[in-house]
Design a protein around this ligand. Sequence first.
Ligand SMILES: Nc1ncnc2c1ncn2[C@@H]1O[C@H](COP(=O)(O)OP(=O)(O)O)[C@@H](O)[C@H]1O
Ligand SMILES: O=C(O)C1=C[C@@H](OP(=O)(O)O)[C@@H](O)[C@H](O)C1
Ligand SMILES: [Mg+2]
Length: 175
Amino acid sequence: MIRIFLTGYMGAGKTTLGKAFARQLGLTFIDLDWYIEERFHQSIPNLFRERGEDGFRQLERNMLHEAGEFEDVVISTGGGTPCFFDNMDYMNRQGQTVFLDVPVDVLFRRLRVATQQRPILQGKTDDELRTFIGRALEGRMPHYSQARYRFDGSRLEDRRQIADSVASLRRLLDL
Ligand SMILES: Nc1ncnc2c1ncn2[C@@H]1O[C@H](COP(=O)(O)OP(=O)(O)O)[C@@H](O)[C@H]1O
Ligand SMILES: O=C(O)C1=C[C@@H](OP(=O)(O)O)[C@@H](O)[C@H](O)C1
Ligand SMILES: [Mg+2]
């Protein structure tokens, strides 16, 4: 039975790599954000507005424990999932955890054009955003570093790089 959790900061490539990896191995792919949006019929930004971050984190934990029971699955978590409650311990008990490690400059380049669905990043200038990402990544590293595996997520910029990264992740996980 295979159960893989991809973790890492916003823009690290969890959704992109998770989807491609699951497709190649014939596994079920669950993006935790998409799963939440499906179950609550609300976008992530609306859930933040309606429930506040604390409320979002509670339902994120509950949905993690629901999806975390699925088998033969790749679960791409949200960037904050490992950082709340005992979510990281839970994931380490349930399956193989992978931290997609990506340099701040790469995260900034990816995210500056993709803040629409990420409430935490909205309303910032480029300089504010880059500083925010750097500080947030540093603050979250104690959680991300509890993952069993570390993987370089900086090579996901085109189909060829995604295919190569899928192959590298298979070797890392011996799958
Ligand atoms: N098909 C694509 N074309 C261009 N950029 C993309 C594409 N897919 C993802 N990206 C960029 O890569 C970033 C990381 O993708 P994503 O998998 O959503 O990361 P995560 O799930 O870790 O937040 C996105 O924020 C986006 O900027
Ligand atoms: O880092 C975070 O706190 C968040 C990351 C998002 O997921 P992605 O990492 O897929 O963008 C989403 O769960 C929410 O906006 C909060
Ligand atoms: Mg994602």
